[in-house]
Design a binder for this molecule. Structure first.
Ligand code: HEC
Length: 198
């Protein structure tokens, strides 16, 4: 029975005490317990897991979702502040663009975004005539025009451009609109709103 010999458990002298005293069909085993450091980590892991679960499930620990919410309020606040800063009309920016050499660009912005409703030279179509001295929502000044352009008058069909155009484009459009003021286009749309002469 040489194969028996081959399969026979090789037990070193110093391992004899580890031999478990059972024998299943000739199979015996040595008891090699896990090292205590391994057990320590294992149990520490379980304890940590229970604490972690309890802390985040019941004890009000901040989850990633909560942290995101906190960060988002900070971001929203920063955005709101930035918006306030950019949405206020700034006369010095208007003046910066209000130069003859800039008119071509100002016209381009108007053509791309405003022409469809206010027509060539702002004589008016769906939108009111911008060349007369009657004004519906604004008072015809760059500052009051800025408000209408930025926030729109959407229930009456004037889109809010504050979210669409860059700040520069809005000022460009305002510069062009300002250049139309009181040019009284001969084919202009009939006056709408109140007469404002200054
Ligand atoms: C979809 C059509 C439409 C487009 C595009 C449009 N407008 Fe208007 N706009 C209107 C209408 C309609 C009004 C009148 C709103 C009201 O009666 O409340 C108006 C009003 C205005 C007014 C105030 C006029 C007044 O009499 O008080 C200004 C200024 C103006 N638009 C500028 C612009 C500029 C600049 C652009 C391009 C960036 C533009 N609009 C694009 C339809 C449009």
């Amino acid at each position: 029975m040489s194969s028996d010999n081959k399969n026979k458990l090789q037990i070193e002298e110093d391992e004899k005490h580890l031999l478990l005293d059972h024998n299943y069909d000739g199979i015996q085993e040595l008891n090699h317990p896990l090292p205590s450091w391994w057990n320590a980590m294992f149990y520490a892991g379980i304890i940590f897991g229970i604490c972690y679960w309890a802390y985040y499930s019941f004890l009000g620990g901040k989850t990633l979702r909560d942290e995101l919410a906190v960060e988002m309020t900070v971001v929203k606040q920063a955005q709101a502040e930035y918006k306030l800063l950019t949405e206020a009309y700034k006369p010095e920016v208007f003046e910066q663009f209000n130069k003859p050499e800039n008119m071509e660009q100002a016209l381009a912005v108007f053509t791309d975004n405003c022409l469809q409703c206010h027509a060539e030279n702002g004589r008016g179509d769906v939108g009111p005539n911008l060349t007369d001295d009657y004004w519906l929502v604004s008072q015809g000044t760059p500052e009051t025009n800025y408000k209408v352009v930025y926030y729109g008058s959407e229930e009456n069909g004037m889109p809010a451009w504050g979210e669409v155009l860059s700040s520069e484009e809005i000022y460009q459009a305002l510069v062009y609109v300002n250049s139309l003021k009181n040019t009284f286009h001969p084919e202009g749309k009939e006056p709408q709103g109140e007469k404002i002469s200054e």
